[in-house]
Design a protein. Sequence first.
Length: 232
Amino acid sequence: MQTCITLFDMSNEYDLSPEERQITERFHDLYYNKRVGPGHHRIWEQTKWMGYPVLKTPADLWVYQEILFEVKPDLVIETGTFASGTTLFIAQMMDLIGKGRIVSIDIQELSVRARHERITYLTGSSADPAIVNTAAAHAVPGGSCLVILDSNHAQAHVAQELKLFAPLVSVGSYLIVEDSNVNGHPVYPSFGPGPFEAIAAFVMTHPSFVPDKSREKFLVSWNPNGYLRRMA
């Protein structure tokens, strides 16, 4: 139990005072919930990459860029494509790096998604072992793989994704669980158990996956404790 407490101690990672922590959480809440502009959409819902909705904070996208450059994965598997902004962002980062492909999974098939030679779209549930096997078939033998989970955020669904996708992640790479900020961590307290709770249970039984708190260095992240690095 002490290990779990240590892994999930968010208060002193960057020596923030209680007042500073309160400021970051209030800004997080404002950024998450404030509605602006003619359509009165929330701020993060208006984030786009090359015209395609991303639905993330720019801070997390910057961290993705850093991880992609450091890991240089041969394959990225993403669940929850939606409008493909993140998918295109990753594909174009791979262009700059000079290697890699991305397989993106969603239960819906949308015609408005970005097209890129590094992108493969799969339609189906990311909790379906058959879909996971299809995605895994794109892996390069002996190559590196990074996984991003951003589909259904209910705890049970995320737990099933973690079970299915964790074996695909190469040592030194990441299993990134998005939107662990909901259910009061620190936003959307009425959501119910979600990614944060699924992560907590997962790391208790998978000690080779460790939350990399350094990836939260910009102080506001949609993925608290969600940057899981595979250490062994």
